[in-house]
Design a protein around this ligand. Sequence first.
Ligand SMILES: [Zn+2]
Ligand SMILES: [Zn+2]
Length: 303
Amino acid sequence: MTSHSHIDRPLYITVFLNGFISLLELFFGLISNSLALISDAAHNLTDFLAVFLALISRIAGRKPPTLKHTYGFRRLEIFAAFFNGLLLFAIMAILLKESIFRLFNPVKPPSQTIVIVVGIAAFFVNFISVIVLNPHKKEDVNIKIAFIHLLQDAFVSVVVIISAFLYNFSFGKYVDPIATILISILVLKSAILILYETVLTLLEGVPPNIDIMEIINFVGQNYPQISIHHIHIWQNGPNEILLTAHIHFKENCRTDEIEMVFADLKEKFEKQWKINHITFEPEFNGCGESETISKGISKGTKF
Ligand SMILES: [Zn+2]
Ligand SMILES: [Zn+2]
């Protein structure tokens, strides 16, 4: 098992910075009546939550598997991300509705000075977070996602700052709602993506980068002595993809030969599809099934 604890420090820093800036933005957003600031605050707040939950579930995920939880606690991370995606979606939907309402019932533009100053502060927080995470982004897929995300956040802050400079034009009272609509659409998009990916994992879907037919063709082309059926592929969390399958040997062979084929298959599957938790069931006479995907489980009869 590789230790990732040295990554925790930069994560803590970004958690603290994001938490601090979102409270600041929320406070001044409410004072100045700027929906754009409030939406950036809400979004930074869920970022804060996301990293915070990721930290907690990382710590929990490091707990070794037990007799009661044989996979350990990797799913906590997925569950936390799902919860956060829901929250993000709800907040952004409310802000989108509110900003569309304001488009038709415009109010006086917010205080320019407040929005610019707080916007610049938010920009720098995201910018610093990006710099802090940059050296670690190749080590962990979550860090990489956070990195790309914070880069997008810095862009959102730029939208807020630019919008404030447009308040004095004749269309000034529409600028804040329009900026909010832009921001909430952008953030809603990432919320939907988070929800889609976490639900896929919770429903034990095949990870998006894997095509079962490709695996079957690979086995068919490279291992003429066997065939594969009754396949299950799912993931517990980031970096843990599981596979179980029946392997039918066309001619009877010794146990050590079976072991060699299995070891070879596992190595190739891990290399090509990052499947790293594999269980095979060897067959010679066959189990009476040959379908790629067993229909048995839904009937609750075959395992
Ligand atoms: Zn964000
Ligand atoms: Zn079988």
